[in-house]
Design a protein around this ligand. Structure first.
Ligand SMILES: NC(=O)C1=CN([C@@H]2O[C@H](COP(=O)(O)OP(=O)(O)OC[C@H]3O[C@@H](n4cnc5c(N)ncnc54)[C@H](OP(=O)(O)O)[C@@H]3O)[C@@H](O)[C@H]2O)C=CC1
Ligand SMILES: O=CC(=O)O
Length: 280
């Protein structure tokens, strides 16, 4: 996600400084005109606003507060925007560390996958320092088609977890429907066509369905990240005393898919876990 987002900033004329743990992934950005920094702190020192797109809560903490991390390069007048999907407690911990330097913090997880990232059509779910939201309006507008400012730190993370919990359950139900159709002797493509015309039509089913019917799962949103989001949503639901029976059942399917080795495939590969449950 980070590469297409940064490429759009470069194309829009922003001076962009990048860092990634595996340095080779910076190559396309360097070729497009970005400066490659030696560490996250080095990015922060050279930038007014630093964006981070990282896999999960441990990565967000490591890059922000670990040795050579963002916090070492932050100071008053700068801002840190974390667009990773993480939990509200991690966002609050990173916000406290960043704000301790005098800098501003905005969480801004995104809804939308690889295609929207390439097209500059992401949806930002932001919360934290409104002054940084205002200052980052230009870059957010380049990378996204909409931005929501939702209030205090944690609200953006919570919104993202709600949306992705629903998405994971929808994809799980779709995978079960395709498998059921197959067992009944129906064509999966016919199911996809029927669904597309009715009240449960979804861009996600239309986009992923034809490949799923062929057993193909080219990675846009890695299954391991969808399962991470379900796991984080279930933990928040537990803390809020909100039972999530359907979403918890969907999480079990994604856990099984990861155990079967599909973690790096697209999350639509949850279909393989459903197939694996079929009785002979
Ligand atoms: N893909 C998608 O469709 C979407 C993803 N998201 C969310 O965005 C985030 C990124 O997703 P995506 O780009 O697909 O994920 P990837 O797995 O492709 O990228 C994860 C990034 O995190 C880095 N990273 C992981 N652990 C560490 C660490 N300990 N220290 C430093 N860097 C680390 C990786 O570095 P390295 O290259 O060295 O491994 C890599 O740059 C996730 O939170 C995901 O849930 C949100 C919306 C859509
Ligand atoms: O988090 C994934 C997405 O597609 O949004």
């Amino acid at each position: 996600m980070g590469v297409p987002m940064a490429l759009n900033l470069i194309k829009a004329g922003y001076k962009v400084v990048v860092w990634n743990r595996s340095a080779d992934k910076c190559e396309p950005l360097k070729a497009a005109g970005a400066t490659v920094a030696a560490s996250p702190a080095d990015v922060a020192r050279q930038s007014d606003i630093t964006f981070a797109m990282l896999s999960d809560p441990p990565a967000a903490v490591q890059v922000a507060t670990g040795p050579g991390g963002i916090v070492e390069g932050m100071s008053a007048g700068k801002g840190y925007v974390d667009v990773s999907t993480i939990d509200p407690a991690t966002a609050a911990a990173v916000a406290a560390a960043v704000r301790g330097t005098g800098a501003l913090y905005l969480e801004a997880p995104v809804s939308g996958s690889k295609g929207p990232a390439e097209q500059g059509a992401l949806i930002f779910l932001t919360a934290g320092d409104q002054a940084l939201y205002d200052a980052a309006a230009g870059p957010l507008d380049v990378m996204g088609k909409a931005s929501f400012f939702l209030g205090e730190v944690g609200a953006g993370a919570n919104m993202k977890l709600v949306v992705n919990a629903v998405m994971g359950a929808m994809m799980g139900a779709f995978a079960e429907g395709l498998s059921l159709a197959d067992r009944m002797g129906l064509q999966q493509q016919d199911v996809i066509d029927v669904v597309a015309l009715g009240a449960i039509a979804s861009p996600m089913f239309a986009l992923k369905g034809p490949a799923m019917a062929k057993g193909n799962y080219p990675t846009a949103f890695p299954l391991k990240h969808q399962q991470k989001d379900l796991r984080l949503a279930l933990a928040e639901a537990d803390a809020a005393a909100q039972p999530l029976a359907v979403i918890a059942a969907a999480n079990d399917l994604y856990v099984r898919a990861r155990q079967q080795g599909h973690g790096d495939a697209d999350f639509s590969a949850v279909l393989e876990a459903v197939k694996g449950q079929q009785q002979q």
